[in-house]
Design a protein around this ligand. Structure first.
Ligand SMILES: *Cc1c(COP(=O)(O)O)cnc(C)c1O
Length: 226
């Protein structure tokens, strides 16, 4: 199957869901991204700032770039001028830095809080209680150049589908609780970024609005730098 055919196949599967395909292009070349772009794909996800910057400079301006990987504070300034959505906010300090850099370039940057949903402690993300504390803090309330539009989570890397389903389900429950408590009148808070190549079908059933799919679109990565 060509990249275009793979994208079409996934989009057909997403048709009955309120879910957007984010093509995860990390480690893939500008030429490969152009192939997906030619097939109509406009949302791409990257996890390394330097790689993202290099690609952004060479590709069309109507691409929406998603920063999906762990983001270091000192790198925020490089993507602040153009990034469409940052999926990986895992601390108040990072959010404050995004706000500062967004203010400098006169933007409001959309962000997701990354929540730790898997039992594996190798993954980044906020604990549930820390996410609530962040949203309650005075510091957060003062940030005018960021907008939190939802939550993101990465399920355990396991063949146990029941476990993955429970993790996605719990994230959706947290999402509803946070929506009710902090964003009740805010229609922008509506995104639930969950699901990758191996588990997006489960994520769709559990209410995902954004799936981040790499290998199923572009083929296996030669080296895995996630
Ligand atoms: C690499 C990556 C993906 C995509 O992974 P695939 O298994 O190739 O679909 C999704 N989300 C994050 C955060 C990633 O780093």
């Amino acid at each position: 199957m060509t990249t275009a055919e793979k994208i079409e196949k996934i989009n057909n599967e997403l048709e009955n869901y309120p879910t957007l395909l984010i093509a995860v292009s990390k480690t893939k070349s500008v030429e490969e991204i152009k192939g997906a772009y030619a097939a109509g794909q406009r949302h791409f996800g990257e996890n390394q700032v330097q790689e993202l910057n290099e690609k952004q400079a060479q590709l069309p301006d109507d691409i929406v770039w998603h920063q999906i990987g762990h983001l270091q504070r000192n790198k925020v300034k490089y993507i602040a001028p153009y990034v469409g959505l940052i999926h990986s906010v895992d601390s108040l300090k990072l959010l404050q830095e995004i706000n500062k850099q967004a203010l400098k370039v006169g933007r409001i940057i959309d962000c997701l809080l990354q929540i730790q949903i898997s039992g594996e402690d190798t993954k980044f993300g906020l604990e549930y209680a820390d996410a609530i504390d962040l949203l309650r803090s005075e510091e957060y309330k003062g940030l005018e150049n960021i907008r939190i539009v939802g939550l993101m989570g990465i399920a355990s890397n396991t063949p146990n589908e029941k476990m993955i389903k429970e993790e996605f389900h719990d994230l959706n429950v947290l999402f509803s609780g946070i929506k009710e408590s902090f964003f009740k009148e805010d229609t922008a808070f509506k995104e639930l970024s969950m699901g990758m190549s191996s588990d997006y079908k489960i994520a769709l059933e559990e209410g995902s609005t954004m799936v981040r799919i790499g290998s199923l679109v572009f083929g296996e990565r030669n080296y895995d730098n996630k």
